[in-house]
Design a protein around this ligand. Structure first.
Ligand SMILES: Nc1nc(=O)c2c([nH]1)NC[C@@H]1CN(c3ccc(C(=O)N[C@@H](CCC(=O)O)C(=O)O)cc3)CN21
Ligand SMILES: CC(C)C(=O)C(=O)O
Ligand SMILES: [Mg+2]
Length: 263
């Protein structure tokens, strides 16, 4: 049975952890979905891991929709969420409605994710939710603010921790169906998770969150640079390089293709 928003709420109450991953194209998305991920995010990190940009800012809404369409063709079970790219939603709530509306109309996404918990963004997210658009919040390290924050851990000082805690409560009141917590101290993520009724999904936010997400390219060893909190479960770069080398050798030694093709 396909995952719905209601499942996430139920799983939080039951203490059944939510396993989420990113995807940027059809083939891997299909494998991730069949292997049982609960939630698949078409994250704007694809600007870096799939397109080779230095940060997430250059990605356009058209490019995101193109990737989300490819991913959605491979997803039948997981809840599908799409990141709104930088400056496709920050101008005003009308822009956010139009961008989120396009994502829901043109892909099979069941929700969108927007970065930020400041007052204007809380207001925007409230408008989206009122229009019937499921929204996931994203606070802590918000990579679209890289030129202000870098990629450092957020919420370390008591003041900044309190600010993030208040943002989490405000986004909950605005109606987010889940909240992504990125690169914040585990104790802060635990406090938020215990306080708000909606599920928290953590990345570099400790083990107390209701779920975890990783960038799939990190999990598989396919990204240029691994964030400190992202383990490499397998080194596919190594496996692919070895395989390509074997193929090249076979071509050069005239052992591929075989003289007599297999029947
Ligand atoms: N491949 C990939 N994985 C991710 O998890 C990811 C992306 N890309 N792109 C978007 C953001 C950026 N993320 C990152 C990237 C780097 C660090 C990192 O290296 N942090 C170090 C150094 C911070 C600094 O001083 O600049 C740290 O110790 O926190 C953390 C999160 C998480 N997200
Ligand atoms: C925090 C991560 C999961 C994200 O937003 C992305 O991959 O773009
Ligand atoms: Mg993102």
């Amino acid at each position: 049975m396909p995952v719905t928003h209601a499942h996430l709420q139920t799983w939080k109450q039951q203490g059944r952890a939510i396993a989420a991953l990113t995807a940027s194209e059809y083939a891997i998305a299909k494998i991730i979905d069949r292997a049982g991920a609960d939630l698949i995010l078409v994250g704007d990190s694809l600007a870096m891991v799939a397109l080779g940009h230095r940060n997430t800012l250059p990605l356009t809404l058209d490019q995101m929709i193109h990737h989300a369409q490819a991913v959605s063709r491979g997803v039948t079970n997981a809840l599908l969420v799409v990141d709104l790219p930088f400056l496709s939603y920050q101008v005003n709530y009308e822009q956010a409605l139009q961008s989120a509306g396009r994502v829901l109309k043109e892909t099979n996404a069941q929700g969108v994710k927007l970065e930020g918990g400041y007052a204007d963004m809380v207001h925007t997210i409230g408008k989206l939710v009122q229009a019937g658009i499921p929204v996931m919040g994203h606070i802590g390290l918000t990579p679209q603010s890289v030129h202000q924050l870098g990629y450092r851990i957020q919420g370390v000082t008591p003041d900044m921790a309190e600010k993030i805690f208040l943002e989490a409560k405000a986004l909950t009141d605005a109606g987010v169906f889940a909240l992504l917590l990125e690169h914040i101290p585990a104790e802060l993520a635990e406090k938020i998770t215990k306080t708000i009724p909606v599920p928290t999904i953590g990345i570099g936010a400790g083990s107390a969150c209701d779920g975890q997400i990783l960038v799939t390219h990190d999990l598989l060893g396919l990204s240029d640079k691994q964030p400190p909190f992202a383990p490499k479960y397998i080194d596919l770069s190594e496996a692919i390089a070895t395989t390509v080398d074997r193929y090249c050798q076979d071509v050069r030694h005239h052992t591929f293709p075989p003289v007599k093709p297999p029947q």
